[in-house]
Write a protein that binds this ligand. Structure first.
Ligand code: C2E
Ligand code: CA
Ligand code: CA
Length: 390
């Protein structure tokens, strides 16, 4: 993934980043500090804009491959993230609609306002509405690039950690296994939950690298986790995203990780949502069958929130069904949720699958689930996700 090429550079105050007339093969995001964009005309030097943290500049020359028509200079010590042309092209091919739209806006501005081409963000004064929406779009794209850069940096600087949440046998409350849930210890923003960054990692493809990191870490932690379980077939569950399945080498990568850590295949459960089985059924069947042949167990995650019924998914080699918290949480107050939980457990058992109920927070919920024949439970009642070191 080319996001590794997003290098950061410190420019001391008063340095020229590029000058009018230079070739332009990269753009910049200001991570900290300040940059002024100046243009030379018959009256001397004129400042077009003063840009701060999070803003993007130098982008038009990057796209039209012509010379810079403005000079960029730091007015304070400034850290810049550099984005080269090839990276932008690759990101475009990944067809992020916001980014593409942003580029269209920039090109349009370049055509209409050649004087201001390297002076983002400047827009026609007579069009306030579109000015605001352009700024907003630019802000979103810039934030995404910054976050994507942050994810790559986090992988290289070991800022991710796995938290583990127990999954208990409902018959006796014993810990049967753990689900690995990723957390990001951001150096300035603190602990970031997975939902705040995985969506972008999915879009950029970084999820493949992150997914391998997660598998590797869970495999490494398994000997210690295993000691905390009390079951005849203990396991660690790892979430797999749909995009990981469509990568080139998932099966070989998983095999290599297991071999490196001497982890038996039946100790690893891979949790998948139905997305991949619905969107790419043939591919999913091929990869999942290979994983099953190697001895891995598969769990269908978030069951009930997707589009297809279990009957459609039964031809996939799924051993465990995870009932989503959205049905378990309101089960005691909503007869409809209770009915969904009851019939899902029944159907899963008919198909030979075991059932994990997610999001169990109270003893009452646990007791109802036991009454319905549910096999395993996960939720705050049994334990919140915790780092292994605590
Ligand atoms: P998930 O796979 O459905 O994981 C369960 C989520 O429910 C976790 O949120 C967990 O902290 C939360 N949870 C568990 N028990 C309870 C409870 O009793 N009450 C409440 N309110 N919440 C409970 P978390 O850790 O924020 O993870 C969110 C999602 O992010 C996960 O949902 C999973 O889809 C994704 N995710 C997390 N780690 C990874 C990873 O390493 N790889 C991939 N691909 N996805 C991950
Ligand atoms: Ca899961
Ligand atoms: Ca889930």
């Amino acid at each position: 993934m080319s996001l590794d090429r997003l290098d950061k550079t410190l420019f001391h105050q008063g340095l020229t980043i590029f000058s009018e007339g230079d070739g332009g093969d990269c753009a910049y995001i200001i991570e900290s500090g300040e940059v002024e964009i100046v243009h030379r005309n018959s009256h001397g030097e004129q400042r077009l804009s003063l840009l701060g943290r999070g803003e993007l500049f130098g982008e038009v020359a990057l796209l039209d491959q012509q010379a810079r028509t403005a000079t960029a200079r730091t007015t304070a010590d400034t850290v810049l993230i550099q984005i080269d042309r090839q990276l932008v092209q690759e990101l475009l091919e990944r067809s992020d609609p916001i980014l593409r739209h942003l580029l269209q806006v920039i090109l349009e501005r370049f055509r209409n306002h050649p004087d201001q081409q390297d002076a983002a963000p400047v827009a026609p004064h007579n069009d306030r509405q579109s000015d605001a929406s352009r700024r907003e779009l630019q802000g979103v794209a810039t934030q995404k690039l910054s976050l994507a850069h942050g994810i790559t940096r986090a992988l290289n600087h070991d800022e991710f950690e796995l938290y583990y949440q127990p999954i208990c046998d409902l018959a006796n409350d014993r810990v049967a296994g753990f689900e690995a849930l990723i957390r990001w210890h951001h150096p300035t923003d603190g602990l970031i939950p997975p939902m705040d960054f995985l969506w972008l990692a999915e879009q950029t493809g970084q999820i493949r690298q992150l997914g391998l990191w997660t598998l590797e870490r869970a495999a490494r932690d398994w000997p210690r986790l295993r000691q905390l379980t009390d079951h005849e077939q203990p396991f660690v569950s790892v979430n797999l995203s749909a995009r990981q399945l469509t990568g080139d080498n998932l099966v070989d990568d998983v095999k290599a990780i297991m071999a490196r850590h001497s982890l038996a295949a039946d100790a690893l459960k891979l949790e998948l949502t139905e997305t991949v089985m619905v969107e790419q059924p043939a591919l999913a069947m091929n990869i999942l069958s290979q994983l099953i042949d190697l001895g891995f167990q598969l769990a269908l995650d978030d069951y009930g929130t997707g589009y297809s019924g279990l009957d459609k998914l039964q031809r996939y080699p799924i051993g465990t069904l995870k009932l989503d918290r959205a049905f378990v949480a309101p089960m005691l107050t909503s007869s409809q949720s209770l009915e969904i939980v009851r019939s899902s457990i029944e159907l899963a058992h008919t198909l030979g699958m075991s059932v994990v109920a997610e999001g169990i927070e109270t003893k009452e919920q646990r007791n109802v689930l036991i009454g319905l024949g549910c096999d395993y439970g996960q939720g705050w009642l049994f334990g919140k996700p915790q780092p292994l070191t605590v």
